[in-house]
Design a protein around this ligand. Structure first.
Ligand SMILES: N[C@@H](CCC(=O)N[C@@H](CS)C(=O)NCC(=O)O)C(=O)O
Length: 213
């Protein structure tokens, strides 16, 4: 099969989730770096976000759709549980990650440290503290779910929610409060450690986030 083309900056956690899936599924891929405005202007993502994908005439945007495409097209280990009810739980956790954890932890916490918006170009402590209050609760819920199955959401290998979570957890670990937050979330720490041991993780380490500015 021909190469999967992944559009977006490799520093993006969502782009990395798609790359992790390519690696897990054994899909050759190449990243075409593009900033959000270019994603829209080039017709890759009508909402000007990343990632998008093209493979053998199929063009997709939105990470959950792309991850399912990869799962259903390539032969590597399944990224979705076969049991239909378990598969619905995957959708549930994906939505929670997209709608709650990534906006809180990614946008309001991690990006505040990387691209500070506070007075004098420092991180805005009020934004960070407010995000931390919400993030602690969200991390606890996800950690508990992972502790029950562990180290992955379903079965012996990573599934779609694991791949969506991993890049944000890897960024979190390097943040000032990261070790403390992960220390209080054993399920998430277990997932991150399990993913770090995989070739897919090692082959998708992004360049420094500041280089995407
Ligand atoms: N729902 C989208 C979210 C994509 C998303 O928010 N991507 C971020 C990068 S990690 C982005 O494009 N940010 C650019 C911006 O908000 O302008 C998906 O799952 O693919």
């Amino acid at each position: 099969m021909s190469e999967v083309i992944v559009f977006g900056m490799p520093q993006s956690g969502y782009v990395r989730a798609v790359r992790l899936a390519c690696e897990e599924k054994g899909a050759d891929h190449v990243v075409k770096p593009m900033m959000p405005a270019e994603m829209r202007d080039a017709g890759r993502h009508p909402f000007g976000r990343m990632p998008a994908m093209e493979h053998e005439g199929t063009r997709l945007f939105e990470s959950s759709a792309i991850l399912r495409y990869l799962d259903r097209t390539f032969e590597g280990p399944a990224l979705e549980p076969a049991d239909p009810r378990q598969a619905l739980l995957s959708v549930q956790w994906e939505s929670a990650i997209h709608d709650y954890l990534i906006p809180t932890l990614g946008r309001r916490y991690i990006l505040q440290y990387i691209f500070p918006k506070g007075p004098d170009g420092e991180p805005d402590r009020a934004v960070i503290e407010a995000a931390l209050v919400e993030a602690r609760g969200q991390l606890a819920v996800l950690s508990e779910a992972l502790e029950a199955a562990g180290p992955f959401f379903f079965g012996a290998g990573p599934a779609i929610p694991d791949l969506l979570l991993t890049p944000t957890l890897a960024y979190l670990e390097a943040m000032p409060e990261g070790p403390e937050l992960l220390g209080a979330a054993p399920g998430l720490r277990g997932l991150l450690e399990a993913m770090k041991a995989r070739e897919s993780f090692q082959r998708t380490v992004p360049p420094p986030l500041t280089e995407a500015a």
